[in-house]
Each structure stands twice: as structure tokens, then as C-alpha cells.
Design a protein around this ligand. Structure first.
Ligand SMILES: O=C(CO)[C@@H](O)[C@H](O)COP(=O)(O)O
Length: 205
């Protein structure tokens, strides 16, 4: 299984070091973007993505948890994002936004929140299934996500990732349900050996 490591869980005073620590075993990096409207948090703008871009050649996903995602698609892609994932609640016309992301040269993703259905996400090449409420970390998985993984697998051929609640006891069950990847945060950066933790995830299927 793949890992896009969440930099929200890195040490904010040592992000470059924390990128280097895991780059050999990660498949990409996940950058949470919040605006204090769609979610209560304030996190990471295009300048942060541009800085991460100078440090790694691995793909970067910008997860736009913002009320006006349409305003931010191009700035994040210009900053170096390879995958741009949006929420239905953050777009006026989801299909048009996904089309714009693709035309601007990035992989279009849709985040599916706990109370949302997988259907209605045509055009997404990545489905990011939320395992918790959005814009929070350090909380446990809502187990409804396992059923969603099964529903999402094969849905329009999109890759299926899970974000939130990624823990040692939940990742094997996600792999078994058919997920292609996860977005680990503290599971990696809280580990004594983050590389070994990622190697373990990579070995799961
Ligand atoms: O956005 C999220 C969770 O919603 C992740 O990207 C967090 O980084 C997860 O952190 P942990 O709870 O796994 O430490």
C-alpha cells in the first residue's frame, strides 16, 4: 500500500529534516490546506507547497479543505502540487473544477467526507476517503470508512486513499478492504523509525 505522508504531523521547526527522514520510503507528501471557514483550522498556503517542492521530487498532494477551492486550484499547481483534492462543499461545480485541475496539469481528487456518498465523483482520479471529521488530527477512525473503501474500489478507476485515523491497527484493515494508500501523520512521525514504519505500510496489501 502507498503512503502520502501528512506534513501537518511533521515538526514545524524541522519540516525539511522530516521530509528527508521519510523520502526514501514514502510515495508522496500530503499538505492540508484549511481556511477557517470550511474547517476551523488555518493551515498551509502555496508558499509552503513551493518550499516543499524545492526539497523533494516525490509527488505533492494539496488537500484543499477550503470554502472556495476554485480560487486556489491554479496557485497550488503553480507552486508545485501534483495532485489537487477538493471537497464537494468547496466547489460550485465539482465536475468543472476537476476538469480545470486536469487541464492545469495535476491529478484531480475528491475528498469524500464521512456523511457523503462515494457516488457523484465522476472525473476524480483520486478518492480521498476521510476517516475522521475534516481539519482535525489526533483522533480515532470512524469505522464507517471500511465500507466506503469497498464502495470506492473500482469506482471510475480512481485510486482510493484514506486520510485521518491512520493507526497501526487500522492500516491492515484498510489494505484488506482494498485501499490503494493512506495518509499517515503521527503514525509515521511518532514512530522511533519513521522509515521502517513506512516500509511496513508498503508491504501491506
Ligand atoms: O488531515 C488529516 C486528518 O484529518 C491528516 O493529514 C493528519 O495529519 C492526520 O494526523 P494524525 O491524526 O494521523 O496524526
Amino acid at each position: 500500500m502507498k503512503s502520502y505522508v501528512s506534513l501537518w504531523s511533521a515538526d514545524p521547526l524541522n519540516v525539511g529534516r522530516d521530509i528527508d527522514r521519510v523520502a526514501g520510503h514514502a510515495d508522496g507528501f500530503h499538505i492540508d490546506v484549511t481556511d477557517g471557514h470550511l474547517t476551523p483550522q488555518l493551515l498551509f498556503g502555496p508558499d509552503f507547497v513551493a518550499a516543499v517542492r524545492t526539497r523533494t521530487t516525490l509527488p505533492i498532494e494539496a488537500h484543499l479543505m477550503v470554502a472556495d477551492a476554485d480560487a486556489w486550484v491554479e496557485p497550488f499547481i503553480e507552486a508545485g502540487a501534483d495532485v489537487v483534492t477538493v471537497h464537494r462543499r468547496g466547489t460550485g461545480d465539482l465536475a468543472a473544477t476537476l476538469d480545470r485541475i486536469g487541464r492545469a496539469g495535476a491529478v484531480p481528487g475528491v475528498a469524500v467526507e464521512l456523511d457523503e456518498l462515494v457516488s457523484g465523483t465522476a472525473g476524480a482520479k483520486r478518492l480521498l476517503l476521510m476517516g475522521t471529521l475534516i481539519g482535525i488530527k489526533g483522533v480515532d477512525l470512524d469505522e464507517r470508512v471500511y465500507g466506503k473503501i469497498a464502495e470506492a474500489v473500482g469506482h471510475g478507476g480512481a485510486e482510493v486513499f484514506v486520510d485521518g485515523g491512520i493507526r497501526e491497527h487500522t492500516v491492515p484493515l484498510m489494505a484488506r478492504a482494498g485501499a490503494d494508500g493512506v495518509v499517515p501523520g503521527s503514525l509515521v512521525y511518532g514512530a522511533a523509525d519513521p522509515g521502517a514504519r513506512l516500509a511496513w505500510i508498503r508491504g501491506l496489501s
